[in-house]
Structure formats: C-alpha cells, structure tokens
Design a protein around this ligand. Structure first.
Ligand SMILES: CC(C)(COP(=O)(O)OP(=O)(O)OC[C@H]1O[C@@H](n2cnc3c(N)ncnc32)[C@H](O)[C@@H]1OP(=O)(O)O)[C@@H](O)C(=O)NCCC(=O)NCCS
Length: 143
C-alpha cells in the first residue's frame, strides 16, 4: 500500500537521495528545505509499505496557476505507479485551492516523463529551443 502526503522535514534526506539518482543538476537538502518552507510551493511524497519515500513532486504556484518543478521516483521503485499517483493527488489538491492550469517543462527526449504527462491529460503547447544546456525543452499544460 502506498501513502501520499505533504512532505515533512524528516523526508528531506530521502528526497535528496532520489534527486541525486535522477538529475545531473540535483537539488541539495537546503534547496529542498526551502521548498518545504515556501508558502508558494507544495511538496508531496509517496511512501511505500516501509514508510520510506519512493517518489516526490515539487510544485510552485502563483495565483491560479501552478508549475511542476520536479517529479522523480527512486530507481528501485520505478514503474510501480508512484509518479502517476502523485500527479493525480497533486492535481486534486490544486483543484481545491482553485488552481486552473498546471504547466511544466520537460526535456524533449525524456520519453517516460512525457508519456506520464500525456497520460494525465497534459498537452504540449510549445517547444523552447536550447532550454536545458542546449537541449530542447517541451512545455506542457493541463487544465
Ligand atoms: C518520469 C518518472 C517520474 C516516472 O515515475 P514512475 O513512478 O516510474 O512512473 P509510474 O510508474 O507512475 O508510471 C506512470 C506512467 O509513466 C509512463 N512511464 C513511466 N516510465 C516509463 C518508461 N520507462 N517508458 C515509457 N513510459 C514510462 C507510462 O505512461 C506509465 O504508465 P503506463 O505504465 O500505464 O504506461 C520517472 O521515470 C523518473 O523519476 N524519471 C527521472 C526524473 C525525471 O525525468 N522527471 C521528470 C522531469 S522533472
């Protein structure tokens, strides 16, 4: 059974470890803590049966719009539905606070992330050339 909840300070080290596994520009503990403390951010975690963090999502919101800044799943826990469950949960939470549109940017060649977003009704609205150190990024929107 998985559990999804708002991240707490004791989750920071686990999120940091998943960042390191997944991103060359991994956020450190301090950056993650700032997101946890920011009133314009939301961080949700998906816990496995062992109560450890398997996946997380970090969002920023401004007025009635939100942006997904990060979503990642621990390598050993990929393809078990964690990211999908987090996306659904986050979308429901954002609806409650009247967020009307969710945006995100993803590397053009990040097939698994793009498939996940498309499965969740996100539509590609633009391509930004050279967004990621010379690599193209695609901008997606869900409303
Ligand atoms: C993208 C990512 C978050 C998906 O996490 P996950 O927990 O493994 O995803 P889920 O098990 O919930 O899969 C949900 C859907 O994502 C898509 N997906 C996930 N992994 C995939 C893969 N290897 N290939 C193709 N599609 C994939 C599928 O549509 C899948 O649904 P389906 O199996 O019914 O087709 C994960 O691969 C990851 O951490 N990637 C590295 C970090 C990253 O690139 N984040 C996004 C940019 S910020």
């Amino acid at each position: 059974m998985m559990e999804i909840k708002r991240a707490v300070l004791s989750n920071i080290r686990e999120i940091e470890a998943i960042e390191k596994e997944n991103f060359s520009d991994a956020w450190n503990a301090k950056m993650i803590e700032e997101e946890l403390n920011s009133l314009s951010s939301a961080v949700f975690v998906a816990l496995g049966e062992d109560k450890l963090v398997k996946s997380y999502i970090i969002l920023h919101f401004v007025l009635d719009e939100a942006e997904i800044l990060r979503i990642a799943t621990q390598n050993a826990s990929k393809n078990k539905g964690y990211a999908e469950a987090l996306l659904s949960y986050a979308a429901e939470e954002l609806k409650k606070v009247r967020v009307k549109a969710i945006f995100l940017e993803v590397k053009h060649d990040n097939v698994s992330a793009k498939r996940l977003y498309e499965k969740h009704g996100f539509k590609k609205i633009a391509t930004r050339a050279g967004y990621y150190n010379g690599e193209d990024g695609d901008i997606y929107k869900s409303e």
